[in-house]
Every structure is written in C-alpha cells, then in structure tokens.
Design a protein. Structure first.
Length: 235
C-alpha cells in the first residue's frame, strides 16, 4: 500500500474520532443525561436506605464505567450542573426554613393576642356585671327607704296605702331586670320545671292540678330563678 493510500485512510478515520469526542454530539449528551440519572439513583438509595447492597454496588460500578468513558469536558459540565442543582435546593430549603420560622412567630403572636383578648373580655364582663349590680342596689335602696318611712309613722296611722305603693315600686324594679312572677292559676297543670309541689290536698280543682299557690316563683330572662310552691288536688 502506498503512503498516499495510508494517509488517505488515516484522514478518513479522523472525523469519526472527532465526533466521538464532541461534547455537543447526541451520544455525548445522552451519556451526560444518563450520568445525571445515575447520580440521582444513587442519591435515592443513600437517602431512603432501601434496596439491595449488591444492586447499589453494581450501580456504582456501572456509574464509574460511564464516568471513565465520558469526556472530561462533559463530566465537568455534569458536575457543574449537579453543583448548581445542589445550590438551588439548598437555597430553596433555606427559604422554606425562613418561611416556617416566620409562620411560627406569627402563630406565637396570634396566641398571645388571643390570650390578652380573653383577659380583657373577662375583665369587661366582670366590670359590667358589677355596674349592673350596683345600679340594681341603688334602685332597691329607694324601695327600702319607702318601707322605713312607712314603719316610722304613728302606730295609729294607716300605712296600707304606703305599703302597697312601695310594693308596686318594687315590682317595677323587678320588671326592669326582666324578672317576672310565676303565679299559676288554680286548675292549671303542674310544670315540674316551674312548680314545686308541697303537698296534695282535697280541692274542687281537677285531680292532679294546682289547687293553690303557697309562694310565687320568679323567672329572669326566661330562666327560672325560683320555683313557685303549690299544693295539688288529690286524685
């Protein structure tokens, strides 16, 4: 064979070698992508702690072979890409940690504000209750003054009118506090929630119904605060 033929043959083979070394070729890109996938696979095995040790070893050997067969420039690019990915994940993790810390801080402030709100409302209710009680006592003092004046009259004086007027005044004060008397009529059915049966007596009323009211009861804002004491007709 002539030197020209040998030279020509060598020249013809050179482009194929260049293509194999070209990092931009399809085979090179595919190898880089495969290497990235292999790194991910090994990361998953290491993180999960799952998978057979033999499989992990074989995967490591296969990865080493691929790394050895990969062009230095491609390998450098792949490592740079992986580093960028790690940096991105670390940055994202740091952002999430900052957000979690901020949310925990907001939650703590919200809890503190709610506790302070509950304390303020409790104190306000106590103050309102105290003021309402003071107002009622002040009005009842006028009733007491009228009763005392009636008793201070001469023994021969007729104090009935004064007592009746004072009683009406007292009832008016109770009405202002939404207090109503429980005074059932004879013959009505007994309501255990509102009536207290003292005893059963002979009566003209139907058997088992109220015969007489011994002591009136009272309810405030539809809540019974004292039951009425009644007698019931015998059956």
């Amino acid at each position: 064979m002539s030197e020209q033929d040998a030279s020509g043959t060598d020249d013809a083979d050179e482009p194929a070698a260049d293509d194999a070394a070209d990092p931009s070729s399809d085979d090179g890109a595919s190898a880089a992508e495969t290497t990235a996938d292999e790194w991910d696979s090994l990361d998953d095995v290491a993180e999960d702690g799952e998978g057979d040790a033999g499989e992990s070893f074989e995967a490591g050997e296969d990865l080493l072979e691929r790394v050895a067969a990969t062009d230095d420039e491609q390998l450098a690019n792949e490592i740079a890409s992986l580093r960028m990915r790690v940096d991105s994940l670390e940055s994202e993790l740091e952002t999430r940690e900052d957000e979690a810390e901020e949310l925990e801080s907001k939650l703590a402030r919200t809890k503190a504000d709610f506790q302070n709100y509950k304390k303020r409302m409790k104190k306000r209710r106590e103050e309102e209750k105290q003021r309402a009680t003071e107002d009622l006592v002040e009005r009842l003092l006028d009733v007491r003054d009228n009763l005392k004046r009636a008793l201070e009259q001469d023994e021969d004086a007729d104090i009935r009118d004064g007592i009746e007027a004072t009683l009406r005044q007292f009832d008016e004060e109770l009405q202002q506090e939404n207090v109503e008397a429980i005074e059932p009529e004879p013959g009505q059915e007994v309501d255990p929630q509102r009536h207290e049966v003292l005893l059963r007596v002979e009566s003209d009323q139907p058997a088992g119904t109220i015969a007489e009211v011994h002591r009136p009861g009272y309810e405030m804002a539809e809540k019974v605060i004292r039951t009425a004491q009644v007698t019931v007709s015998e059956e």
